[in-house]
Design a protein around this ligand. Structure first.
Ligand code: NAD
Length: 246
C-alpha cells in the first residue's frame, strides 16, 4: 500500500519508531530514519534489519528540538530521496516528577523535544509534504487526553500535539494533505520498562484487554493512516490503548 513512498520517522532507532520503520518498509516504502547521534548503534541495527528484509533505508542525525539541525535533516532527505510523502513525528522522552518537585529544566526539555520538536520537523518538511499531497502523523499519548500523575510536562506536550494536529489539518487540507495524531496507551518499550511491577499490574488491570500494547500494533495503525485507505481522515486523534480509556 505504501510502495515507493518516502517516509521520515523521527526517533526511529528503537521502540515504536523502529516498529513503524519496519512496517512501512515491509509495505514497500523507502525509509528515512532519524535519531540523535548517541543512538548511532541502534540506527545502524535498524537500517541493517530493513536492508536484510529487502527494504531501503538511510539514517539522518538531528535533535528535533533544534530547528536548524532539523531543517538540515529535511534538506538531506530531499537530496537523498528526492522528496517526502509521509512524516511521522515520533521522537519523544519522559522526565517524570510531580509538579511540586519538577524543575524548570525538566519542564522545558520535555516541551522542547516532544512539542517544539513536532513544530520543527513539520515546519521544515511542510513544503515537501504539500508538494507530494502527503501525510503527517503525530504520536501523542493517552496521557495527552487524560493527564497522568507525575507527568504534567509530558501531558502538556502531548495535549499540545493534539491542538497542533487539529489546527494544521485545517490549514493544509486544501492542498490534499492530511494531519492526524495517534494516542497510544501503555506500549512495551524502554519508555515503560522502568515502571514498577506493581504499576505494570495496575495498568494491565485497567485495560479491557489485560495487557500492554506492542510497538507493532501502533505501527499498523500508523501505516493505515499513511495509506490511501485513509485519504478522508484528517484532524483526528485515534486512541490505541487496549481499552484503557474506555
Ligand atoms: P523510545 O525511548 O523507545 O523511543 C524514542 C526515540 O526518540 C529514542 O530512540 C530517542 O533517542 C529518540 N529521541 C529522543 N529525543 C530525541 C531528539 N531530541 N531528537 C530525535 N530523536 C530523539 O520510546 P517509545 O516508547 O518508542 O516512544 C515513541 C513515541 O511514542 C514517543 O513520542 C512517546 O512519547 C510515544 N508514546 C509512547 C508510549 C509507550 O507506552 N511507550 C505511549 C504513548 C506514547
Amino acid at each position: 500500500m505504501l510502495k515507493d513512498k518516502i517516509v521520515l520517522i523521527t526517533g526511529s532507532s528503537q521502540g515504536i519508531g523502529k516498529a513503524i520503520a519496519l512496517k512501512f518498509s515491509s509495505s514497500g516504502a523507502k525509509i528515512a530514519l532519524n535519531d540523535i547521534e548517541s543512538q548511532e548503534e541502534n540506527l545502524k541495527r535498524t537500517k541493517e534489519e530493513i536492508e536484510k528484509a529487502g527494504g531501503h533505508a538511510k539514517y539522518f542525525f538531528a535533535d528535533v528540538s533544534k530547528f536548524e539541525e532539523t531543517e538540515k535533516m529535511i534538506q538531506e532527505v530531499q537530496k537523498e530521496f528526492g522528496g517526502l510523502d509521509v512524516l511521522v513525528n515520533n521522537a519523544g522522552i519522559v522526565q517524570d516528577r510531580t509538579l511540586a518537585k519538577m524543575t524548570s529544566e525538566e519542564w522545558q526539555r520535555v516541551i522542547d523535544i516532544n512539542l517544539t520538536g513536532v513544530f520543527n520537523s513539520t515546519k521544515a518538511a511542510l513544503p515537501l509534504i504539500i508538494q507530494s499531497r502527503g501525510k503527517i502523523i503525530n504520536i501523542s499519548s493517552i496521557v495527552g487526553l487524560k493527564g497522568n500523575f507525575g507527568q504534567a510536562n509530558y501531558a502538556a506536550a502531548k495535549a499540545g500535539i493534539i491542538g497542533f494536529t487539529k489546527s494544521l489539518s485545517k490549514e493544509v487540507g486544501r492542498f490534499g494533505v492530511t494531519v492526524n495524531a495517534v494516542a497510544p496507551g501503555f506500549i512495551e518499550t524502554r519508555l515503560t520498562e522502568n515502571l514498577s511491577e506493581e504499576m505494570k499490574v495496575a495498568i494491565k488491570n485497567f485495560t479491557s484487554l489485560g495487557r500492554f500494547g506492542k510497538p507493532e500494533e501502533v505501527a499498523s495503525l500508523i501505516a493505515f493512516l499513511a495509506s490511501k485507505e485513509a485519504d478522508f481522515i484528517t484532524g483526528e486523534v485515534i486512541t490505541i490503548d487496549g481499552g484503557l480509556a474506555v
